[in-house]
Design a protein around this ligand. Structure first.
Ligand code: URP
Ligand code: ZN
Ligand code: ZN
Length: 460
């Protein structure tokens, strides 16, 4: 299998130059001008286009039993959507709720969901939803098997959430093993009390979801985690950071010398809380946790991405249909399955509203949507860059493309898009996974099941 991409404008997190890229046996083997291809090689003319490293989404949910239902995508629909949108590696959470089920079973189960189905590469964060000696042993084995990050929830009391004792033990083990712990930071007790008060007062509509989880609830979650990180020395990563208050707690911790990395989501950059107040229960499409915030937070997050205070841009793709799933919360907002799916559109929306709108330079765009994730989670330089020896995960990107987003044309298995009708300026022309063309001009042309599990070494 040989692939030659000719004359593209190659963009990495640090460079910008015109060259050809030659790939053999799944790997980039030559970069230069006027390269030759052997007969039979796939040749792509990238003149006038960018060539980016494959984008990585550090936070998706595909198999997700959650809030009394099951997320709609599987690895076939999700990986097709990812690839069409330029994402070549997915990081999903193995996060079974806190029953007595061995962790190793959960890991194997999630692996079975992906292996043989995913068309793009994938890896996992291991969810820790309880802690005892048996769990500790299983976590050690899972880390040895190549999963070098944990996922914990300070939210979702009674489901995924862990208590402070479990938090301390998890971070202590993470520190000992050199793995990073990713965390959903919202104070679960505060959320539960606010929800009870609101429902008791008859405030049951989706617009009260925000009221039950104001910015201070998230900021308290961050501050709480940072105290535990400080005392254990563990390295942590804040998923879906939505607002200035939470970011400030993270930056204060960084100033104290705590090793913490921050993720935000495309939804928080582009959607604000007024979407979650739309009439006729339309708001339910926009319910996620932490909730969409006041618009003023959007500039804060764009600035933080530009300045490096926020390292990564993810989706937290959590796909639930409007009909039959989001509708479960009619009459009680606490029962609306949380999540705003956006896996297919993350890169195009980020390019459109970041690079094309003049808000972000190309290198920062690549860094935050690919390279930084690869570095933080132990995949660099195999993933996240264009270099000799790296996997040939490449996105030939056409900045002149104009189109609109619609659930009707999505690869995702969903009945709505939160971005229905939004214009995009730019789209992947060709997307490759380890040297094989997997998407062309909005169509999936790859191979179901070709995606590989990416083993990661502990690097913290
Ligand atoms: O609303 C969200 N974020 N749904 C997915 C589950 C999670 O908290 O990541
Ligand atoms: Zn979360
Ligand atoms: Zn999530």
């Amino acid at each position: 299998m040989a692939l030659l991409i000719r004359n593209g404008n190659i963009i990495t997190a640090t460079e910008n130059y015109i060259a050809d890229i030659y790939c053999e046996s799944e790997t980039i083997t030559r970069i230069g001008r006027d390269l030759d291809a052997p007969p039979g090689a796939t040749v792509v003319d990238a003149t006038g286009k960018y060539v980016f490293p494959g984008f990585i989404d550090p936070h998706v949910h595909i198999y997700l039993p959650f809030m009394g239902t099951l997320a709609k995508d599987d690895y076939i629909s999700a990986s097709k959507a990812a690839l069409v949108g330029g994402t070549t590696t997915l990081m999903e959470m193995v996060c079974q709720a806190g029953s007595g089920q061995p962790l190793a079973d959960g890991f194997e189960f999630w692996m079975k969901q992906a292996a043989g189905k995913s068309a793009c590469d994938f890896t996992f964060h291991q969810g820790v939803t309880r802690y005892d000696k048996q769990v500790e042993g299983e976590l050690r084995e899972i880390v040895n098997a190549g999963v070098s990050s944990f996922k914990i929830f300070l939210a979702y009391k009674g489901a995924f959430g862990i208590n402070d004792d479990e938090l301390f033990n998890t971070l202590t083990l993470a520190k000992n093993l050199g793995v990073i712990t990713t965390a959903h930071c919202e104070n679960a007790e505060l959320v539960a009390r606010m929800q009870q008060q609101l429902i008791a007062a008859g405030k049951t509509g989706p617009e009260f979801h925000y009221t039950s989880r104001p910015p201070r609830v998230e900021a308290e979650g961050v501050s709480h985690l940072m105290a535990f990180a400080e005392l254990t020395g563990a390295h942590t990563y804040l998923v879906h950071t939505s607002c200035q208050e939470a970011l400030q707690e993270a930056l204060a911790a960084k100033q104290r010398g705590i090793n913490v990395w921050v993720e935000t989501l495309i939804q928080y950059l582009l959607l604000d809380k007024t979407y979650a107040e739309l009439p006729n229960f339309e708001a339910a499409k926009y319910i996620m946790s932490p909730p969409l915030r006041e618009k003023s937070n959007q500039d804060v997050m764009w600035n933080a991405l530009r300045q490096g205070f926020v390292s990564t841009l993810a989706t937290d793709h959590a796909p639930f249909d409007f009909v039959g799933q989001k509708e479960m919360g009619r009459g009680d907002f606490t029962k609306i399955p949380n999540g705003i799916p956006s896996l297919e559109d993350r890169v195009n929306l980020y390019y459109t509203h970041g690079v094309a709108a003049g808000r972000m330079d190309l290198n920062t765009f690549v860094a935050t949507a690919s390279t930084n994730t690869a570095k933080i989670f132990g995949m660099f330089p195999r993933k996240g860059t264009i270099a000799l020896g790296a996997d040939a995960d490449l996105v030939v990107y056409d900045p002149s493309y104009r189109g609109t987003i619609s659930a009707r044309t999505h690869q995702l298995n969903l009945d709505y898009s939160a971005f229905e009708g939004w214009e995009i300026k730019g789209r992947p022309n060709v997307v490759t996974v380890r040297g094989e063309v997997a998407a062309r001009d909005g169509q999936f042309v790859g191979t179901i099941g070709r995606g590989q599990f990416v083993k990661r070494e502990a690097n913290h």
